[in-house]
Design a protein around this ligand. Structure first.
Ligand code: XIL
Length: 376
């Protein structure tokens, strides 16, 4: 039988051309997918996505600034609004850097999470010697009025109190023994919320807390304490609108992250009318193998496990990572690796290129359910 080609020469070249074009389109789609903006993927589901930022990172790296602007529609000042950044002498405030931060965000249509008004950490040295049971409440409310008043109308939200629970303080109410608790009494939290509401009536008022996401004895104790304290305060009409889940996660915590008890806890917060934000997400890799591929995969798995469970809850409205790229991360100082290798806790590597954690976040956003768009 005579061999009959099914396609002539011209047809063949045409088909080849089409094939090359298809391959190229696929390749391009893959590239675009790789760099798809997380804020865009989040917005498609009615979510916010962002990171913390210190202005010096943008000064040090134009690439980082570009990455930040392409990925974030919400940002937290990593340092600029903490008490010790604002005031080095009693009663004297310098808002220059914090104002620059806010202006940068407003210019680029990025929402700002004010962080943070009442914390036991990052206090200027002059506070402790002045703090007594007599001066305590006025010092705290004076600070809130000054700072929240200064930014009134410009911020999306305030972390009014930060890390106020600590099972290690061994109190029945679960509160951390801080100078504020010791000098102002247990009502300092509600006083802080009421003062902030008066100073900036438009900001969403958030209680930001660590280790709520960890399903072990410590995490369970924090969750129980938070719900009991919330119930009391909400019954007294305290203006608390949201809960911040910090989520400084660890690479070896897969077994205690994202389980049913965590989802049930988020449900309890939602039932109480709370908006929920993931506020300081990163993954410590100090106990993971040195091999970069293995390490990145384990870190990405933690991101996935945690975010899939978190995003199942519609009251979760936004995700903020504690840095975007491994070149600027507090983990390098806070939880360095014993072998001296650079840490890799964030979605982008030190050259601002996407890595496993980025793809994990993108994927969880793509499969997240649609929620109502957050107010602007
Ligand atoms: C950290 C910053 O990232 C560091 O640069 C600084 O030295 C210490 O504070 N919980 C919080 C954040 O609420 O404000 C902390 O940020 C990390 C833990």
């Amino acid at each position: 039988m005579e061999y009959k080609p099914t396609i002539d020469r011209r047809g063949f070249i045409k088909r080849l051309g089409a094939l090359v074009a298809m391959r190229w389109t696929r390749h391009r789609t893959a590239l675009e997918t790789a760099t798809a903006s997380l804020k865009q993927l989040a917005a498609e589901k009615g979510l916010l996505f962002g990171s913390c930022l210190a202005l010096k990172y943008c000064v040090q790296s134009a690439a980082y600034q570009q990455l930040f602007l392409s990925q974030c529609d919400i940002a937290t000042p990593e340092l600029h609004m903490k008490w010790n950044s604002l005031s080095s002498q009693p009663g004297v405030y310098d808002f220059e850097n914090a104002d620059k931060f806010v202006a940068f965000c407003i210019t680029n249509r990025i929402k700002v999470r004010g962080h943070t008004l009442v914390w036991h950490d990052a206090l200027p040295a002059w506070v402790a010697p002045q703090l007594t049971a007599e001066t305590g409440p006025a010092m705290m409310t004076g600070h809130i009025r000054k700072v929240a008043g200064h930014f009134a109308g410009k911020l999306y939200s305030w972390d009014v109190v930060n890390e106020v629970l600590d099972p290690g303080s061994h109190r029945p109410d679960g509160l951390r023994k801080t100078p504020w608790l010791q000098k102002c009494g247990t009502s300092y939290i509600e006083l802080a919320f009421r003062e902030t509401a008066a100073a900036d009536p438009n900001a969403l008022l958030v209680w930001n807390e660590n280790y709520l996401e960890v399903s072990n004895g410590f995490g369970h104790a924090k969750r129980t304490a938070m719900l009991a304290l919330l119930d009391g305060m909400l019954a007294r009409g305290v203006p608390i609108h949201g809960i911040g889940i910090e989520a400084h996660l660890r690479g070896d915590q897969a077994a205690v992250l994202g389980d049913e008890s965590y989802e049930a806890f988020l449900g309890e917060l939602a039932r109480r009318g709370m908006k929920i934000f993931i506020t300081e997400l990163d993954v410590q890799d100090l106990t993971l193998p040195a091999d970069v591929e293995t390490r990145d995969r384990a870190v990405a798995d933690i991101y996935s496990r945690f975010l899939v469970a978190s995003l199942r809850q519609p009251a979760v409205k936004g995700i903020v990572t504690w840095g975007l790229a491994d070149c600027f991360t507090w983990i390098a100082g806070y939880r360095p690796r014993q072998d001296g290798l650079p840490v890799r806790p964030l979605p982008f590597d030190a050259n601002c290129q996407p890595k496993g954690a980025y793809f994990a976040i993108a994927q969880t956003l793509r499969s997240a359910r649609l929620r109502q768009q957050e107010r602007s």
